[in-house]
Design a protein around this ligand. Structure first.
Ligand SMILES: Cc1cc2nc3c(=O)[nH]c(=O)nc-3n(C[C@H](O)[C@H](O)[C@H](O)COP(=O)(O)OP(=O)(O)OC[C@H]3O[C@@H](n4cnc5c(N)ncnc54)[C@H](O)[C@@H]3O)c2cc1C
Ligand code: SF4
Length: 334
């Protein structure tokens, strides 16, 4: 790890000003915020991230979970994953989020990891994390070692010829199904971005992963008020039962009345280059009866554009079964 300057930010304005000096907030950023450090420090040790300045934001007042007057929820960017998962309102009103968080990493990591840091965690593609290999995401224009290499765990939806890396977060998949909004404070003021628009597809610029600009600080995430009668479930399938990233996961938020699905929101993990919202599955579900045939049709619709690589063809059927089972679990007592 190269030497870097460390500054403890005493206010959001100071943090934003310092980070605003970096030419980019994407790969290659010269100034990085550190929250829990469980992504950033790993990548600095691997020489994948080389900031000249690290700004510690842990002392900023962004660590609260608060109910909003409209019935929604405000989650500070520094709320730890463990605290969020065990928050009573999250457990009762947004169980899909609690389940997703508790399925991730380990108890120790969840005690450190924050909401903002989890949103911005980087891919686990082995070539991204090893500077001996070509990787367009780490070094634009250098090539993609994964397309002809080890790609068993990588994406089948939203890929490009430049990058097929998976977004590894569990939390992000639940936030996608919950239609969360990301709140950002930056050099030009405050702005809100729907989670679906926050992440970018790799296209020809896989090093640009989200809409953040230099200086941008995520301050909080909000969730809309839970709709009456809604059930939600997060199901994660992986190589071992704990301490492992998803091969496939599904977050479903469904409203069933008189045996019919009135409204559905579907997020998929482990298969997309960004946390994947399947509008196709939602359309295939809404207005239909809550039965296994309809669930399978929704899963077929969700994966119809899948482009498997040499080693991850199994993910197509796995993702279909994962979504079908998540829908079964969510609707069984509805
Ligand atoms: C061994 C291991 C296993 C794991 N398993 C899983 C798993 O199964 N599922 C899963 O979902 N995750 C898993 N993770 C990833 C873990 O969830 C993330 O590392 C963690 O959520 C990142 O949060 P952090 O606060 O530590 O981020 P940091 O490392 O502090 O920051 C990450 C990035 O976000 C930026 N950042 C942080 N906060 C802000 C902010 N408020 N505004 C703007 N930028 C910000 C930082 O500058 C940095 O670039 C695993 C991690 C490890 C090390
Ligand atoms: S899949 Fe993306 S992250 Fe992995 S080697 Fe290719 S360009 Fe890099």
């Amino acid at each position: 790890m190269e030497t870097f300057k460390y500054t403890r930010a005493e206010s959001p304005a100071q943090a934003i000003e310092l980070a605003g000096q970096s030419p980019t907030a994407q790969q290659g950023a010269q100034v990085r915020f550190v929250a829990g450090g469980t992504t950033l420090l790993d990548l600095m040790k691997l020489d994948v991230e080389r900031p000249v300045q690290v700004v510690d934001i842990n002392h900023l007042p962004l660590d609260r979970v608060e109910k909003l007057p409209d019935g929604g929820l405000k989650i500070g960017a520094l709320v730890r994953n463990a605290d969020l998962a065990h928050d009573p309102t999250v457990q009762s009103d947004y169980p899909v989020l609690s389940q997703a968080l508790l399925s991730g990493a380990s108890a120790q990591l969840r005690n450190m990891a924050t909401t903002g840091g989890n949103l911005l965690q980087r891919t686990r593609c082995v070539y991204f994390r090893n500077t001996a290999f070509a990787c367009n995401k780490r070094e634009p224009g250098s090539g993609c070692s994964a397309i002809e290499g080890e790609n068993r765990t990588l994406a089948i939806l939203g890929t490009s010829e430049q990058c097929i890396a998976t977004n590894p977060s569990d939390m992000n998949v639940a936030l996608t199904a919950l239609e969360a909004t990301v709140h950002i404070q930056g050099a030009k003021g405050e702005r809100d971005v729907a989670i679906h628009d926050f992440f970018l597809l790799p296209g020809s610029t896989p090093h640009q992963e989200n809409v953040l600009e230099p200086g941008d600080l995520i301050t909080h995430v909000t969730l809309p008020a839970p709709r009456p009668g809604t059930k939600s479930v997060y199901l994660k399938l992986r190589d071992r039962a704990s301490y492992e990233f998803a091969l496939s996961s599904a977050a479903v938020v469904v409203e069933v009345a008189d045996g019919r699905i009135r409204r559905a929101r579907v997020g998929l993990g482990g298969v997309g280059t960004k946390p994947w919202r399947s509008v196709e599955a939602e359309k295939a579900l809404e207005g239909k009866s809550a039965d296994p045939k309809v669930f399978r049709e929704a899963a077929e619709a969700a994966l119809k554009d899948a482009k498997p690589q040499s080693q991850n063809g199994f993910k197509v059927e796995l993702a279909k079964r994962c979504l079908t089972h998540a829908l079964t679990l969510a609707t069984q007592n509805a």
